[in-house]
Write a protein that binds this ligand. Structure first.
Ligand code: FEO
Length: 170
């Protein structure tokens, strides 16, 4: 039995993960228009990861017999003034998602919901990696992004990223 408050937060998290996918696809579109196809690829793969996260939250609710809700997903469209701006946005967004998952965790601790805490452990670790990746992208751009040759190499490197399904299986 999972407390109603936790069920609501888990449902809201599904929406946040799908919103993340939208946000990253919008960023992928931005880079596609700039012909930075490595950056486009990186964010397209990131969007796939976010959809996989959403599906894990969905599956967890279903496995425990709770209703899954799909309210509409917000419009992620933003105007980015330069190539660095989306990278900063991505880092800020991951910090927001970390805070959101931490808030569910805190509620789980409060309510002694050990099952949900164990499920969320994977996401706590995952958020550490997601923030690190976003920080890494931003730092590399700050270091090398202003030199066209270095930016070309960086873009080529990001083109190699491929989607791998989450290690968590429910
Ligand atoms: Fe699913 Fe990037 O957090």
């Amino acid at each position: 039995m999972i407390d109603k408050k936790v069920v609501t937060l888990l449902n809201e998290q599904i929406n946040k993960e799908f919103f993340s996918a939208y946000l990253y696809l919008d960023i992928a579109n931005f880079y596609a228009h700039k012909n930075l196809l490595g950056y486009e690829n990186w964010f397209k793969v990131q969007a796939q990861e976010e959809m996989a996260h959403a599906l894990l939250f969905r599956q967890y609710l279903l496995n425990n017999g709770y209703a899954v809700e799909f309210p509409s997903i917000g419009d992620p469209t933003k105007k980015y003034e330069d190539n660095k701006a989306p990278l900063l946005e991505a880092l800020k967004h991951e910090q927001y998602v970390t805070a959101s998952i931490n808030a569910i965790y805190e509620q789980g601790v409060l309510l002694k919901d050990y099952r949900t805490l164990q499920f969320l452990d994977w996401f706590i670790k995952e958020q550490g990696e997601e923030e690190m990746n976003a920080q890494d992208n931003l730092q590399k751009y700050e270091l090398f992004g202003s030199d066209p040759k270095s930016l070309y190499m960086l873009d080529r490197e990001l083109l190699t990223r491929v989607f791998t399904a989450p290690s968590l299986v429910l």
